[in-house]
Design a protein around this ligand. Structure first.
Ligand code: VGL
Ligand code: ZN
Length: 233
């Protein structure tokens, strides 16, 4: 009887602990509008064709190593509150109060069903694509939830797949990569960010974002390092 109880408990807890330790990869917002490569409306510095190729090659290597790959996709309605064009007398990068919080105003970008919203990597790489920023009233830098607290399906998908550790990279370091990585830590995931596979909107906030992520226990890898990822504890 004791042995049976032990076996049942071991199987249940042992397997659930093992399952929770799997590594997943999140490619954040590698979309046309954020790139120089595609002349995007919110093109981030350093997002040329070579960058996209490197991100694609790195993602292929991670997939070939057996890690499931997920993508986030900024996916705004035309009337989204983060677009400066939806506020009178505002210009790009102005900051307003929205629901009591600072909101940077952006050029319209990643409008649903437009070429600018397209993810630039082969769609077959992804186990799931999670769209965010769909509510016209709230922005959503994090892939997990928007600024109004409404969750996406990301956490549920990762939990269902037994993912406990995340490798994260993409655009932009100082906005959606940072928010997604910090949110992941807050939800109990262990996180690595690959710095040279990320690009930031501004140098200063990008440097700050790296420091903030480090201070929250996120491991910053300079480049793709399959050995370090394999040894991710
Ligand atoms: C992002 C600004 C506005 C991002 C999304 O993907 O980092 N930045 N929307
Ligand atoms: Zn956006």
């Amino acid at each position: 009887m004791k042995l049976l109880a032990f076996l049942v408990l071991f199987t249940f807890f042992g397997l659930s602990v093992m399952a929770a330790e799997k590594i997943g990869v999140i490619v954040v917002d590698v979309q046309a509008d954020f790139t120089k490569f595609k002349n995007g409306s919110l093109a981030v510095e350093g997002t040329d064709e070579a960058y996209i190729k490197t991100v694609e090659e790195s993602t292929k290597k991670l997939k070939a190593s057996g890690y499931p790959i997920y993508a986030t996709q900024d996916w705004h309605p035309k009337n989204h509150a983060s677009f400066y064009t939806n506020h009178p007398n505002k210009k790009p990068f102005d900051v307003i109060k929205l629901h009591g919080k600072d909101q940077v105003l952006w050029s319209p970008h990643c409008v649903q069903n437009t070429p600018g919203a397209e993810i630039l990597l082969d769609k077959k790489l992804f186990k799931a694509v999670v769209r965010k920023g769909k509510d016209p009233q709230y922005d959503s830098y994090s892939g997990f939830q928007d600024d109004g607290g409404k969750k996406t399906e990301l956490d549920e998908i990762l939990k269902k797949d037994g993912i406990g550790k995340l490798v994260i990279y993409g655009i932009a370091t100082d906005y959606c990569v940072k928010a997604t990585a910090l949110d992941a830590v807050a939800r109990g995931y262990k996180v690595m960010v690959i710095k040279n596979l990320c690009r930031g909107v501004a140098p200063e906030s990008t440097q700050k974002a790296i420091e903030e992520m480090k201070s929250k226990g996120i491991i910053i890898l300079e480049d793709l390092d399959l050995e370090r990822i394999k040894a991710f504890k």
